[in-house]
Design a protein around this ligand. Sequence first.
Ligand code: ST9
Ligand code: ZN
Ligand code: ZN
Length: 328
Amino acid sequence: MAPRNDFEHPVHEEVTTDLPTVPSPTVQDGKAPPLQIVWRNVVIMSLLHLGAIYGLVLLPWAHVYTLLWAVFCYCLSALGVTAGAHRLWAHRSYKARLPLRIFLAIVNCMSLQNDIYDWSRDHRVHHKYSETPADPHNAKRGFFFAHIGWLLVRKHPDVIAKGKQIDLSDVLNDPVVKVQRKLYAPTALLMCFVVPTLVPRLWGESLVSAFFSAVLRYVLALNATWFVNSAAHMWGNKPYDKFINPSQNFPVAFLAMGEGWHNYHHTFPYDYATSELGWKVNSTTVFIDVMAWLGLAYDRKKVSPNTVRARVSRTGDGTWKNSAQSIF
Ligand code: ST9
Ligand code: ZN
Ligand code: ZN
């Protein structure tokens, strides 16, 4: 069992990684349930990726504003996941006032990654049962499964069984989450595809180019997110806890707006910044800090440097000084 974290503001037990993981009955029996492929998802994901390739082909002919708009939408949709579903709702690592929560719920729809409730539930299960059959994207099942494969098959029964034991009342008690969940399908389609396609019409972009640039942006943001589950659970150093798989991964941190500092994040999941590097390669932390400055975010939870050092010397892999700190 990993040592307990000694942070002074423990949030929900469910989101900490320091709880003992319960061996699953299926592992004990040595039998894994047969893989059930969900062909509908295979077809949708294949079409989306083909659409993204076509978007890439059209890109050289797109209006420069269309490109800038796609980058803007990428960042907005990413914030809906990083600052919203992840750091606010799944981890409660800071608090947000109503206007910010409404904004995050809307841009979360743009990311089309399941509603906030489902996303937070899977993510809390991921932290509590990391790299076990109850982890929805268990990286022990290989890169492909952790990246996209888990969305193409029925969930392992342990994911659902353990997930039902997770307390999510705090998430569902937020009226913003309730409304988002109720209106999710139409709002997500509107925010992910319709609005991003219609806006470039303002500067005369063709419908085809506008639509496929929206598809390209969606697929890129999905893959950036999935890299956190795959690449950042496999490659990188482990300055904070060498006994876990999540690693510090610079390229993923860049693509996922600060979410690639995954060894730190799994060691201190309640830290709103998901790293000790401040604003470096962490635009989500910049965003939350600006929101705090505007009075829209508050109670940002941060691990003290002394606690980090103590943990580094207890469980780090020895790369702390010459890794995260010296990248810059
Ligand atoms: C997507 C999500 O991409 C990505 C999340 C990534 C997370 C990354 C985390 C890393 C850190 C943050 C980094 C952010 C970086 C952002 C950067 C951005 C640039 N517990 O689901 P069903 C219940 S989504 C408890 O059908 P199946 C469920 O309630 C992409 N219960 O399971 C239901 O109950 P009931 C778009 C659970 O049949 C029942 O089980 N979406 C849990 O196995 C059946 O649920 C897609 O591609 C749980 N954990 O199907 C696919 N889970 O019957 C969407 C489920 O009572 N999903 N339950 O209602 C699906 O199609 C299906 O879920 C499935 C599994 C096929 C995958
Ligand atoms: Zn993880
Ligand atoms: Zn997390």
